[in-house]
Ligand binder design. Structure first.
Ligand code: PGA
Length: 249
């Protein structure tokens, strides 16, 4: 039985005070939560949040990680730095990175590899745009995004890693995939990995992301291959985030 993982992707939101309030709220509301939980703050707040969560069963993740380990890469943050500052996870390939900052499948795969070699658990985001869904190319798109990682890391790269299926049209839009729509893609992803290594596929945590909230979380999380959530908007309110964690418990 896979343990579910609920991770909050705070994106570029918050300030010292609001983040302190949010972390305190999460810390104080963990009764009844029995799943893995992580929060991914803006990078500058990672040390502060990690300090506040010391000894608390909530892990910290980064929203991205450099593909290189050190050197002249202005603006980037290495996996070793993130690990040293208390991160367990690193999101890679979020659709906002792909569409707004031009990250290619190849760069995302290199970032995924960098996370792993620095001891971080990568959370690989995959998902189709509305146009791709309407064209019937959802599976081809998701397969291409996963194959880019397999080309670099082999299927072993997914041993202990996390995939987040995030249909781009559902992110921040209030439109959620139905549980059945999401399950179909999750099953496709697990089947694809299983075709290469059944044991890795069986334990692979596949999160759903895209307007998950306290109202729809339970139905999504009840699906066989949905192993948690990557939560954007609803992770900025402690009560909403905790309600989703409880739905996953
Ligand atoms: P959302 O974001 O929950 O606000 O749709 C999810 C994500 O981008 O990871």
């Amino acid at each position: 039985m896979r343990r579910k993982l609920v991770a909050g992707n705070w994106k570029m939101n918050g300030n010292r005070e609001s983040i302190r309030t949010l972390v305190e709220g999460i810390k104080n509301g963990l009764d009844g939560v029995n799943c893995d939980v992580a929060v991914c703050p803006p990078a500058v707040y990672i040390p502060k949040v990690a300090g506040m969560l010391d000894g608390v069963p909530v892990e910290v993740g980064a929203q991205n990680v450099c593909d290189q380990d050190s050197g002249a890469f202005t603006g980037e943050i290495s996996g070793a730095m993130l690990a040293e500052c208390g991160c367990k996870y690193a999101i890679v390939g979020h659709s906002e990175r792909r569409s707004l900052y031009g990250e290619t499948d190849e760069l995302v795969a290199a970032r995924f590899a960098a996370a792993r070699r620095n001891g971080l658990v990568p959370i690989l985001c995959v998902g189709e745009t509305l146009e791709e869904r309407e064209n019937g190319t959802t599976e081809a798109v998701v397969a291409r995004q996963i194959d880019a990682v397999i080309a670099v890391e082999g299927v072993a790269g997914f041993d202990g890693a996390v995939i987040a299926y995030e249909p781009v049209w559902a992110i921040g839009t209030g439109k959620t995939a139905t549980p059945e729509m999401a399950q179909e893609v999750h099953a496709f992803i697990r089947g694809k990995i299983a075709g290469l290594d059944q044991a890795i596929a069986d334990k692979l945590v596949i999160q759903y992301g895209g307007s998950m909230n306290p109202g729809n979380a339970a139905d999504l999380l009840a699906m066989e291959d949905i192993d948690g959530g990557l939560i954007g908007g609803a992770s900025l309110k402690a009560d909403d985030f905790l309600a989703i964690c409880k739905a996953a418990s």
